[in-house]
Design a protein around this ligand. Structure first.
Ligand code: NAP
Ligand code: ZN
Ligand code: ZN
Length: 346
């Protein structure tokens, strides 16, 4: 067993603290990664605070991981020592169900093994990326293009793929009118990626405070949804809406901003149900959908797309002793636009 330094939640109500954890021995198909940077996703906060349900403590979270390969198992062919690699939200899946066989391991019918708070194949609970090392099956390890900035690339592994996947699935391209709701970690990457795909992008954010940034990321329009009548003025405007908001929104008001046969895709994951009137869907034949991260193949495609188009997350690099403060700032939307932990400070 290898020991690794980490930062862990001791319970749902206490701050995260330093902890030493064990990583499994490197198996024939495994890769040992020395983690350099780990992003802080809002899902990390939902999880450790048990907003999505009970978990086992202590728990290390973090599923936006980049680092270098320092050891490979005897049967590994995809990665070599010294490679710059990434790990996102999953570290394994059943590999046998129809979804896994079709390359959709993120929709594994038996449920994929998530990077943290998931029961691993050996029965242990997976521990995430706020850590110095991790051991992962090579099939779930991504190649991180050198063109992407090392200290800022980590958020692509969750926030990037989570917005790229629905944009690609709904055929975003020149002529698409796309709205991104909420401009946080996911939202700001959704804007950059949709713009690079050729779409005309509108940001729907609560206030004017992020307007200059939205336009700098390539959006053609920014609307402060907190203003009276703001959504009503947008009736019938969009082909696709990507909702990244971590709290429930009035779905009917947002659905009304879709063009006929448009789709509103939820990637934001508030624990509460969303109320919706079926008439918001029937009238105009609109769709209300959801999307969960993306497959490993699509995640690699997204990384290569971002390298080709010069897309990088906007980040604030922090030391590990600032993780708890960073959580509060995420909850107050006081982050431009993703915190990344320098794991050398663990
Ligand atoms: P984040 O950085 O906190 O961004 C969320 C944004 O939503 C905020 O910046 C804010 O944008 C807006 N917002 C927050 N509270 C709001 C409220 N009460 N009412 C209206 N708008 C509000 O979070 P994130 O890391 O991007 O994650 C967003 C959500 O996606 C979380 O629920 C997370 O768990 C989920 N997620 C899902 C997947 C998936 O696979 N589906 C993957 C990753 C994350 P403005 O300031 O612009 O209004
Ligand atoms: Zn995430
Ligand atoms: Zn499967």
């Amino acid at each position: 067993m290898l020991t690794a330094k980490a930062y862990a939640a001791p319970s749902a109500t206490e701050p995260l603290v330093p902890l030493t954890i064990e990583r499994r021995d490197v198996g024939p198909k495994d890769v040992l990664i020395a983690i350099r940077y780990a992003g802080i996703c809002h899902s990390d906060i939902h999880t450790v605070r048990e907003e999505w349900g009970p978990i086992t403590f202590p728990q290390v979270v973090g599923h936006e991981i980049v680092g270098e390969v320092t050891e490979v198992g005897s049967e590994v062919t995809k990665h070599s020592v010294g490679d710059r690699v990434g790990v996102g939200c999953m570290v394994n899946s059943c590999r046998e169900c129809e979804q896994c066989r079709a390359g959709n391991e993120h929709y594994c019918l038996g449920g994929n093994t998530q990077t943290y708070a998931s029961v691993d194949r050996d029965g242990t609970i997976t521990q995430g990326g706020y850590s110095t090392h991790v051991v992962v099956d090579e099939d779930f390890v991504l190649t991180v293009p050198e063109a992407l900035p090392y200290d800022a690339v980590a958020p692509l592994l969750c926030a990037g793929i989570t917005t790229y996947s629905p944009l690609a699935r709904w055929n975003t391209g020149p002529g698409s009118r796309v709205a991104v709701v909420g401009m946080g970690g996911l939202g700001h990457l959704g804007v950059k990626i949709a713009v690079a795909m050729g779409a005309e992008v509108t940001v729907l954010s609560r206030s004017e405070s992020k307007k200059d940034d939205a336009l700098a990321f390539g959006a053609v329009r920014h609307v402060a949804t907190g203003d009276d009548g703001a959504l009503e003025a947008l009736r019938g405007s969009f082909d696709l809406i990507i909702n990244t908001v971590s709290a429930p929104l009035p779905m009917d008001a947002y659905l009304a901003t879709l063009r006929p046969e448009g789709a509103l895709v939820n990637v934001g994951a508030p624990p509460q149900p969303l109320p919706v009137s079926v008439f918001s869907l029937i009238i105009g034949g609109r769709s209300l959908a959801g999307s969960n991260i993306g497959s490993i193949r699509e995640t690699q495609e997204m990384l290569d797309f971002c390298a080709e188009h010069g897309i990088a997350p906007e980040t604030e690099l922090i030391s590990a002793d600032r993780i708890n403060e960073a959580y509060e700032r995420v909850l107050n939307s006081d982050v431009r636009y993703r915190f990344v932990i320098d794991t050398a400070t663990l």
